[in-house]
Design a binder for this molecule. Structure first.
Ligand code: F0G
Length: 352
């Protein structure tokens, strides 16, 4: 039994990594593909959750970041820069710390979850708040890195980010022995849907899978440019991770949807929160609100018949719920307060 080496070593023959490059890894990847019993029962499908919140910094971003920071180091960069709604910044900060590179993160002021900010602080990144949204941050990151060649841009507009993230599709196929019928995932800047589609397409081209899944990309209703077919100027949603009005990988996301016979869908904040609570209470998986978009999409699409009963469905849940304790605690019913009294405890449990 050899320990998991991280995704670059595991899928090296499918990734653009130089033979002499020093690999920057936190042993990301190899996340659980968890059979979701309650969701399967509820929908009449065979549902699995790809639990990406169990990556080293708690989100799927680590898959792209091991590649981006490995490349930055190998090509002699001095620092890395990203725009972020939180998870990319946490991931960039962690990988830069072990690579010995400077890291700065551009985040929309007041619109990132507390746990993500705490991560970037602890990993030693310089945090720069921008009085604008993610789209403004990304524009600033692009301009800065275009002018300063010693700074690598580690957003998903960097093609090696997508290369790293495509490995999640490989893992799913390696686990299931086939591709799912439908793959549902949250969509913000649209890098991840691009990456999954590339991963499935590469396995398909090599004859490893006979068919590719239909891609179901789910956006928050207040930040749903791909559903509307036009950028959204002032995106708004409780799911701050996907509060994005102008996705950088727009064309690739549309290609993934069209080539797969897929669909973009919007979920309201209420639907996101309902799915967020459901997946925690019934599957024991605590995700962040944006991550519940895949589950909200599954519920809606099985209800209206776009996903047929009996389908094999994978929902990617992209980030760990611990990143956003504020949203979790807003839903707390009533906290019982007792003295050192077993009778009161049993009564509070309704089992007295
Ligand atoms: N889910 C989570 C938890 C995310 O953090 C993101 C994106 C997405 C889904 C959407 O993925 O952008 O590839 O379509 N977060 C970025 C960030 C924007 O800065 O952390 P996407």
């Amino acid at each position: 039994h050899t320990p998991w080496p991280g995704l670059i070593e595991a899928y090296r023959d499918r990734l653009p990594v130089g033979d002499d490059w020093k690999v920057v890894t936190l042993r990301e990847g190899a996340t659980p593909l968890l059979p979701a019993r309650a969701l399967s029962e509820l929908t009449g499908c065979e549902v699995h959750l790809k639990v990406e919140g169990l990556n080293p910094t708690g989100s799927f971003k680590d898959r792209g970041m091991t590649m981006a920071v490995t490349e930055a180091l190998a090509t002699g960069k001095k620092g890395v820069l990203c725009a972020s709604t939180g998870n990319t910044s946490a991931s960039a900060a962690a990988y830069a710390s072990i690579a010995g590179l400077e890291c700065a993160v551009l985040v929309p002021k007041g619109k990132i979850a507390m746990g993500k900010l705490a991560q970037a602080v602890m990993y030693g990144a310089r945090i720069i708040e921008v009085g604008g949204n993610f789209d403004d941050c990304l524009e600033l990151a692009r301009k800065t890195t275009a002018e300063y060649s010693s700074i690598a841009l580690v957003n998903s507009v960097n093609p090696v980010r997508i290369e790293g993230q495509k490995t999640a599709a490989f893992e799913i196929v390696d686990a299931l022995g086939r591709a799912p019928d439908v793959h549902a995932l949250p969509v913000g800047n649209a890098g991840n849907i691009t990456a999954y589609w590339r991963g499935y397409s590469e396995y398909h081209a090599d004859g490893i899978i006979a068919a590719r899944p239909r891609m179901l990309g789910v956006q928050a209703a207040g930040a749903a440019p791909l559903v509307l077919g036009a950028p959204v100027k002032d995106p708004e949603t409780i799911a701050t991770a996907i509060r994005i009005g102008s996705p950088a990988s727009w064309n690739q996301a549309v290609a993934a949807k069209e080539e797969s016979g897929g669909q973009f869908r919007a979920a309201t904040d209420d639907e996101l929160l309902e799915a967020y609570r459901l997946v925690a209470r019934t599957e024991g998986v605590f995700v962040e609100p944006a991550s519940a978009a895949s589950v909200a999409g599954l519920l809606a699409a099985t209800k209206d018949g776009w996903i047929e009963r009996g389908s094999l469905v994978v929902c990617t849940v992209t980030g760990n719920g611990l990143k956003d304790p504020d949203t979790a605690l807003k839903g707390v019913p009533e906290i019982a307060s007792v003295g050192v009294d077993p009778v009161a405890v049993a009564a509070a449990m309704g089992l007295g």
